[in-house]
Write a protein that binds this ligand. Structure first.
Ligand code: ZN
Length: 206
């Protein structure tokens, strides 16, 4: 299983970090050891003093494929989840300035929080809304209408380089509103389904 992540996929978020809008998807990977499931807490890592949350929609890849053609891309995921792409922003800034890879800032243990999955049929596929609350206060509200690269475009692009395999995860990018967490903060992720605003994810920073 691999975890594929897309950076800078919402214009407002790219702007808030002073990044140019990408002309093709920004792709990076996390190892399986980054996964944090079952609402387990994240222990604040000692190597950073600027740990940021990024709430994202996560796709679970439903079949194997490489060089996926656009007309078939939507067959490659049937379930979605919420995820937090935890980022050591200070380390990432250092890597960016030096032109170095991001893994130490993005792919550390516990950096890929993952909620349970729901069928994609339970949401408005064209405009999936989701929200992150920090200590009860809404800090990020996303709508996949505002994606720069759609889920299908991501699948087409990524599968040119990496064979997609059943069970792979794709973190599809975060909307604006990213920010720091402190020890003791409680993060809650909500997904807007046809029926309800579903409390799908909880992560406490310890
Ligand atoms: Zn991210």
């Amino acid at each position: 299983m691999k975890i594929i992540c897309i950076g800078r996929n919402y214009a407002e978020h790219a702007k808030e970090l002073n990044n140019p809008l990408p002309t093709k998807p920004v792709v990076f990977l996390k190892p399986a050891t980054a996964l944090l499931v079952n609402n387990k807490p994240l222990y604040y890592p000692e190597f950073t003093s600027e740990l940021h949350y990024e709430l994202e929609i996560v796709l679970k890849i439903a079949k194997n494929g490489r060089h996926v053609q656009p007309e078939f891309a939507s067959d490659y995921y049937k379930e979605i989840a919420l995820g937090i792409d935890f980022t050591a922003r200070d380390l990432q800034q250092e890597c960016k300035e030096k032109g170095l890879p991001w893994e130490v800032a993005k792919a550390f243990d516990g950096s890929a929080v993952l909620s349970p999955f729901v069928p994609v049929s339970s949401v408005n596929r064209q405009a999936i809304e989701f929200e992150l609350r920090k200590n009860g206060k809404a800090v990020q509200h996303g709508n996949t209408q505002n994606l720069i690269f759609s889920f299908e475009e991501i699948i087409v692009y990524v599968s040119r380089f990496f064979k997609l395999q059943m069970g792979d995860l794709i973190y599809t990018g975060t909307p604006a509103g990213v920010g720091p967490v402190q020890v003791g903060d409680k993060l809650d992720g909500y997904l807007y389904t046809h029926q309800e605003v579903m409390h799908l994810l909880r992560c406490e920073v310890k």
